[in-house]
Design a binder for this molecule. Structure first.
Ligand code: BDR
Ligand code: CA
Length: 307
């Protein structure tokens, strides 16, 4: 089993990603860290705790950044509501572990063997970047950095930038320069994992678990994406989880990636060089296609096994 630290900002799709993670025997989750993002940090932390609490598992949960390295914090309340879970009420979860996310990540890496821990980021990259930037010698403990971030083309937060990348481009730049195998799940990939009423209806027939029911509720509560012509809402973060759990659902190619850190309209834009035009050596694995039916089938199976 792979050891995967999850850094999240729940967030409706983060919730489903966490449930998928905790229902997947292929991975072990030794730590969950939280940042502000889809809502302010107090909400995302409470949500993460409630989401984990619903599974009955005891996973250390540590709060991290409530703002980016530079610039000001803005929550994505349009999609996830002011509370981050689109108004869905979950029972309160256990208290978070005291401490700071980046310290907790470093503490875990220090005890780990080389190449034995995957860092999976489904929020702004602040916590993960702080962990690696403040003790770069720990990077060799990292097996892979998997990030739901960026877009080849149009953004979903600004015209040019995807939300997680736009929230903290400097942090993303730090991770892209960390020199570890890195995999990107972009908006083009997640647009293939569209939640449609048909898919929710199938999930509802798949089991009686609270987690699965809550998952259907949160998916139904989120408006269909205007960017995708209202055909459905992309299940962004669970795609990153699916990559560590079932990589044969994907095809990929190696690319060079640069993130724009200026202050202009392109701030947070990821320049993804699919055709080698920059001359830079490819250093990132870009996930390009997803077997969406296989993905939703796996999601249904896994979530039905949760309480
Ligand atoms: C990303 O932004 C957040 O709103 C989602 O949880 C996901 O991590 C998609 O752009
Ligand atoms: Ca997220």
């Amino acid at each position: 089993t792979r050891r995967v630290i999850i850094d999240c900002d729940p967030g409706t799709d983060d919730a489903i990603a966490l449930w998928l993670a905790l229902a997947s025997p292929e991975i072990e989750v030794p730590l969950v860290t939280v940042a502000g993002g889809n809502a302010g940090l107090a909400s995302t932390l409470g949500n993460a705790s409630a989401i984990i609490g619903l599974t009955g598992q005891k996973i250390p949960l540590v709060a991290g950044a409530d703002r980016p390295l530079l610039g000001t914090f803005r929550a994505d309340v349009k999609v996830h509501g002011a509370d981050g879970l689109a108004g869905i009420r979950l029972p309160q979860g256990p208290a978070a572990t005291p401490g700071v996310a980046s310290d907790a990540i470093r503490g875990l890496l220090r005890q780990a063997a080389p190449g034995s821990v995957t860092l999976l980021g489904i929020a702004a990259a602040t916590n993960l970047a702080l962990a690696l930037a403040t003790e770069p010698g720990l990077a060799d403990r990292v097996e892979e950095i998997v990030l739901m971030t960026g877009a080849v083309g149009e953004g979903n937060w600004t015209p040019g930038a995807e939300f997680n990348a736009a929230m903290d481009p400097e942090a993303l730049a730090i991770l892209l320069a960390a020199g570890r195998p890195t995999t990107l799940v972009t908006l083009e990939l997640t647009a293939q994992a569209l939640v449609t009423p048909d898919r929710i209806a199938i999930l509802r027939t798949q089991g009686g678990g609270c987690c699965l029911a809550a998952c259907c509720d949160v998916m139904e509560a989120v408006p269909a994406s205007r960017r995708l012509g209202f055909r459905g809402h992309p299940l962004h973060d669970p795609c990153a989880l699916a990559w560590v759990v079932k990589p044969d659902l994907f095809t990929a190619r190696d690319v060079a990636v640069q993130v724009e850190c200026g202050s202009g309209p392109g701030r947070g834009r990821t320049h993804i060089d699919r055709w080698g035009r920059s001359g830079a050596a490819p250093h990132v694995r870009l996930l390009e296609t997803l077997d969406a039916d296989g993905f939703f089938a796996m999601l249904g199976e896994r979530l039905a096994n949760l309480p």
